[in-house]
Design a protein around this ligand. Structure first.
Ligand code: HEM
Length: 407
């Protein structure tokens, strides 16, 4: 696509969203605009009041129902891409996140062992050391996101992949730009930067893969290289490495950011956590995942006609599964808008999705966030917000971009 037509397309999309959101008060468009960034939950409630399945302006459907989201995500008659389509040239290759079975099954099986609960438990000490080092370095006033929540997942995943220390910063820099772009391309400059950084990340991984072919070590890239040609095609190796690098970056960062923000806004729960950091940190993580999930939505396309919630979904029609809305469905959760660490476990939240694409990295994400909150409460019980919180300019991903704290 030429630069000019790309620019025109971006502009048309933006104009359409503004018109739909502000003039026609279309809730899906409003989620992409300032009202959605400030409080998507109010918009989810408007959607819920209008019914369990809402037609979108592009002929698809959106749902905030926990039951319907969960059913769609688990139903094999839905996929993450239309039947028989491969990736387009202008799309990132997101490896198995963006594939239907049988390729999804084959590739996911290769990644899974590194993130099993048992494998993950072995990373505890590393995570604890990293968290302590970060807090040693942070002064009395710091930005919780850039000094604490962001460097942790980066340090952990680069080490698991076997990225040499000297290159870790570069992998992280390029990976972050690409991960951030999954929420959409904001403009021409962004698109150009993205293409350049993607090429650089690709070159870094190609070198690393070559190195591990010659000198295998005890890391994920070495294990993938060992089954190359047999269970994974050479061309599939690089996208899988990129997916594993970026899938846990902003997601885990935002989980920690959203948790600290919710705890600071509910000081009684922050004090309770400080009184019992080991006992309450896991609950603080789970309740944040329900109350303010880092990934607010995903989607599925019908691979055949499906009858659901009293209507027929046509083959090729997409369903937007609004995770953030489903997690506050009053049919499933009592007082869903209340942040409550003492909540009885009513139903699984959908923060990590459901069904065959259920987040592979969730044991790691849970462990990182739990340790991050526990150690923060132990070492900085006097923590308080100390400046204006800035939110990310994103629709799918939700979390603070800057969270100034003191204490
Ligand atoms: C709080 C942190 C995280 C959240 C909220 C999160 C959320 C999600 C969600 C919602 C999906 C499924 C998307 C869909 O169904 O369309 C997913 C898939 C995935 N996540 Fe995570 N994730 C997190 C952390 C991580 C980490 C730490 C890793 C690995 C290092 C990871 C790796 C993946 C991978 C590889 C997939 C694709 C699974 C598949 O398609 O079968 N995630 N994640």
């Amino acid at each position: 696509m030429s630069t000019l037509s790309f620019a025109a397309q971006l502009w048309r999309q933006r104009a359409d969203t503004l018109r739909a959101g502000y003039l026609r008060r279309d809730p899906i468009a409003r989620l992409q605009l300032r009202p959605g960034r400030q409080d998507p939950y109010a918009i989810y409630e408007q959607m819920r009041a209008a019914g369990p399945m809402l037609p979108t302006r592009f002929g698809n459907l959106a749902t905030t129902s926990h039951h319907i989201c969960d059913s769609v995500l688990r139903d094999r008659r839905f996929g993450v891409r239309p039947a028989g389509t491969a990736g387009r040239d202008d799309e990132f290759d997101l490896s198995f996140l963006d594939m239907n079975p049988p390729d999804h099954t084959r590739l996911r099986r290769l990644a899974q062992p590194a993130f099993s609960p048992k494998a993950t438990a072995a990373y505890r000490e590393r995570i604890e050391n990293t968290v302590h080092t970060l807090l040693d370095r942070a002064g009395d006033r710091f930005d919780l996101v850039s000094a604490y929540a962001a460097p942790l997942p980066i340090a952990v995943i680069t080490e698991l992949l076997g990225v040499p220390d000297a290159d870790a910063e570069e992998f992280a820099r390029y990976g972050m730009v690409i991960g951030g772009a999954l929420d959409g391309i904001r403009g021409l400059r962004h698109a150009a930067r993205l293409a350049a950084d993607e090429a650089k990340l690709r070159a870094l991984f190609e070198n690393l893969i070559d190195l591990r072919r010659r000198e295998p070590a005890d890391d994920i890239v070495s294990r993938l290289v060992a089954v190359e040609g047999d269970q994974i095609k050479p061309a599939e190796l690089l996208p899988m490495c990129v997916l594993l690098l970026i899938a846990g970056f902003e997601t885990t960062t935002n989980l920690i950011g959203n948790a600290v923000l919710a705890l600071q806004r509910h000081p009684a729960w922050w004090r309770a956590l400080c009184d019992d950091p080991v006992g309450l940190a896991p609950q603080a993580v789970e309740e944040t995942l329900r109350y303010d999930p880092p990934v607010q939505r995903t989607s599925r396309v019908a691979l055949e006609p499906v009858e659901l919630g009293g209507r027929v979904i046509h083959k090729g029609q997409w369903v937007l599964t609004m995770i953030g809305g489903a997690n506050r469905d009053p049919e499933v959760y009592a007082r869903p808008g209340v942040f409550d660490l003492a909540r009885e476990r009513e139903a699984d939240h959908l923060a990590f999705s459901s069904g065959i694409h259920y987040c592979v990295g969730q044991p790691l994400a849970r462990l990182e966030a739990t340790i991050a909150l526990q150690v923060l409460a132990e070492r900085r019980p006097g923590l308080r917000l100390a400046g204006r919180v800035r939110r990310r300019n994103a629709t799918t991903i939700r979390g603070p971009l800057r969270l100034p704290v003191a204490g």
